[in-house]
Write a protein that binds this ligand. Structure first.
Ligand SMILES: NC(=O)c1ccc[n+]([C@@H]2O[C@H](COP(=O)([O-])OP(=O)(O)OC[C@H]3O[C@@H](n4cnc5c(N)ncnc54)[C@H](O)[C@@H]3O)[C@@H](O)[C@H]2O)c1
Length: 245
């Protein structure tokens, strides 16, 4: 059966690259984003998806995610692969961080991961012989602290906690893993507007370059494919060596 793949945060960046990568292998792809999912969905269709749908959804909104779940059930009857990429970043010193900013980062990055994971896993049929895959994008910052990024770092530590717990809860019928990228060249990273000092700091990693969204998409495809069958509860790190957990 052609894989049914839901990708969140798919309008741009890592999510768009992932949706396109699955389309190229002929999967059915659901492009979900808060903003402009339809433009990416067109490209996904042109890239060879067996079926493509676009759905606008705020992943932090419980009712919206339930409606998304119902729409997937009605359209495809279930789900084989989730790649949850939707997220935001936030940078500010602790003493200048309003609590509303903390709440927003946690709502989108952590609550959103919980809601989307709950909805997607609920649509999967556990099968130890051919397990569905839930893949959540965390960050290399799930493994270390970083000054002036504490809400983001905490949210990504939390995503890894969800993944490890769900991996145990659903083994062996559903495999659950995180991808923990290093600095990837997307609008979130903002390389074009980076100060020279910041760039130097970001590139002070063994591979000394930014990763490309395609390189994360390739890891998602690996985890969703034959090679990923013995992985669960892991944080896979395409990170240029930024962290070696
Ligand atoms: N770019 C990096 O350096 C990097 C490194 C590590 C981890 N990550 C993680 O990878 C994921 C993708 O990041 P990216 O670099 O592609 O970012 P991006 O900003 O380019 O894309 C993020 C997408 O998520 C969508 N989104 C934001 N809030 C949403 C919401 N509430 N509901 C639905 N969609 C929402 C945005 O509209 C956007 O299309 C994020 O979880 C991010 O934290 C990125």
């Amino acid at each position: 059966m052609t894989a049914r793949v839901l990708v969140t945060g798919a309008a741009r960046g890592i999510g768009a690259a992932t949706a396109l990568a699955f389309a190229r292998e002929g999967a059915r792809v659901l492009v979900v984003d808060l903003n402009r999912p339809h433009a990416t969905a067109e490209a996904v269709g042109a890239a060879g998806a067996a079926d493509v749908r676009a759905y606008a959804c705020d992943v932090s909104d419980a009712d919206a995610v339930l409606s998304l779940r119902d729409a997937v059930k009605e359209t495809w009857g279930g789900l084989d692969v989730l790649v949850h990429c939707a997220g935001i970043i936030h940078e500010a010193p602790l003493l200048e961080t309003p609590i509303a900013d903390f709440d927003r980062v946690i709502a989108i990055n952590l609550r959103g991961s919980f809601l989307i994971g709950q909805a997607a896993i609920g649509l999967m049929v556990p099968d130890a012989a051919n397990p569905p895959r839930a893949i959540l994008i965390a960050s290399d910052m799930a493994y270390y602290g970083r000054e002036t990024f504490s809400p983001y770092v905490a949210s990504k530590h939390g995503v890894l906690g969800l993944v490890r717990s769900w991996a145990k809860e659903f083994a062996p019928g559903i495999l659950v893993n995180a991808i923990c990228p290093g600095p990837i060249d997307t609008e979130m990273l903002g390389a074009a507007n980076m100060s020279a000092e910041w760039r130097q700091r970001e590139l002070a990693i063994p591979l000394a370059r930014f990763g490309q969204p395609d390189e994360i998409a390739a890891v998602a495809r690996f985890l969703a494919g034959e090679g990923g069958r013995y992985f669960t509860g892991q944080g896979i790190g395409p990170n240029g060596g930024s962290v070696m957990p």
